[in-house]
Ligand binder design. Structure first.
Ligand code: RNT
Ligand code: ZN
Length: 416
């Protein structure tokens, strides 16, 4: 008997069909963020990263242009089991020689290379307007700026991005999740908290007045509790964005980034709360550490619990999963691969959990037994299921770093 066959028997005792779990896991799309590959630099300007986010570290080999970034994404994806989408930021527009369009003037053609790349690989594309790292940000503000011209510039950017998101959906045949996140906020105690939020609300209204088919283009609003340099206040707080999404359910979704809440709040608990009200929602899966929201995702308790809730709530088709982290202190391809695989492990683990049995124990108030079964489940041979899953997907189940090390030696180290 192989290790998989023996593991399969053990899981069967809990009523779990591991073949079905593997099959299901293969089908859940996870959106791979392009911005891990170049420390969120983008291609449209030379300036520094702003908006309250930061990358730290200067590991060699960062992608310097579209060719390198796409090659690196390909390498990373070759080590990831399961279904991928790619997640592109507007600052990653690819201009032909000498050409340039500012963010308010971006057009679908500036993203044609991304579409070609996605189509050749059968991938969907998600999209993000980029409201950071740009000279038109006035005093740290974009859509909330008291200056009308500044606001309008960014509204035009948002509208241009809806048109581009629509182009992605049309070309790839997959819906495009288009996430609105702004870093607007204040370092110190504001004198007016509501004003910027009212302007933000009106600005999102204006962006979403651009026509789109909500089945194809799915705008989201992402909240954040604070950013670097905007410690006292962010306009797009949790209450603001969630209320906006709730009040505009016919045209946008709430997006939760699990690095954007107070440290003892957990997104795993918020998922089932939101599912009671929203047909669909979106996630940025990340790993928060103290003040930072963007560490590489690992196979830790909260990642497992997020996946558990998606599976337990039977919400695989209702939760749009994307990754969002950026670490410049380690091999960037390894960061992508480890993060993506961690979410896959968490999903596989959730699919291999006897949820119906555990729910029954809860509903019949057998809490001691429920606890003991939950603890037993932690010792089940998930590694053997993972091994089989990776085998079927044609990727290594472990030791994937050797492959990355080789790529580093052959390509990355030659970039500096
Ligand atoms: C920042 C938000 C946002 C960004 C990306 C690059 O805190 O999480 O989603 O990370 O848009
Ligand atoms: Zn995010």
């Amino acid at each position: 008997m192989t290790r998989y066959e023996s593991a399969k028997k053990i899981y069967a005792k809990y009523g779990i069909d591991t073949d079905a779990a593997i099959q299901k896991c293969k089908e859940i799309p996870i959106s791979l963020h392009c911005w891990q590959g170049d420390d969120v630099s983008g291609f449209d300007n030379e300036g520094t990263l702003t908006g309250g986010i930061q990358t730290t570290g200067n590991y060699p080999g960062k992608a310097r242009n579209p060719e390198e970034l796409l090659a690196d994404m390909d390498k990373a994806m070759s080590l990831m089991p399961g279904t991928k989408k790619i997640n592109v930021h507007a600052s990653y527009a690819i201009f032909e020689n000498g050409e340039f369009a500012d963010r308010d003037k971006l057009e679908p053609k500036h993203f044609q290379k991304w579409v070609d790349f996605a189509k050749e690989r059968g991938l969907g594309i998600d999209f993000n307007p980029t409201f950071f790292s740009h000279p038109r940000i006035k005093d740290g503000l974009t859509l909330t700026s008291p200056d009308k011209e500044t606001r309008n510039f960014w509204i035009e950017h948002g509208k241009a991005c809806i048109r581009i998101a629509n182009y992605f959906a049309e070309e790839t045949g997959f819906p495009c999740i288009m996430n609105i996140w702004i870093g607007d906020g204040f370092k110190d105690v504001p004198a007016d908290r509501m004003g910027p939020r009212m302007r933000y609300k009106e600005s999102i209204d204006a962006i979403l007045s651009e026509p789109y088919d909500f089945n194809k283009v799915k705008p989201c609003v992402e909240s954040k509790v604070f950013g670097i340099g905007v410690e006292a206040y962010t306009a797009g707080s949790a209450e603001f964005t969630l209320s906006y999404a709730a009040a505009n359910k016919d045209k946008c979704l709430p997006l939760m980034d699990n690095g954007h809440y107070h440290p003892t709040e957990v997104v795993s608990d918020k998922i089932p709360a939101l599912l009671c009200f929203f047909p669909e929602l979106a996630l940025h899966i990340t790993r928060g550490i103290r003040w930072d929201s963007d560490h590489v995702v690992i196979f830790d308790d909260e990642t497992k619990e997020i996946a558990q809730e998606i599976v337990r709530c039977n919400a695989i088709d209702r939760v749009n999963i994307a990754l969002d982290f950026f670490d410049a202190s380690i091999n960037r391809i390894s960061a992508w691969v480890t993060g993506f695989r961690s979410v896959q492990k968490a999903l596989l683990n959730a699919l291999c959990t006897p949820n119906a049995m555990l729910k029954e124990l809860q509903d019949t108030t057998q809490f001691s037994r429920k606890m003991s079964v939950m603890e037993d489940c932690k010792m089940l041979p998930l590694g053997d299921i993972w091994e089989e899953y990776c085998r079927q997907c044609g990727v290594p189940a472990s030791d994937y770093y050797d492959e990355i090390q080789k790529y580093e030696n052959d390509y990355l180290l030659k970039r500096n």
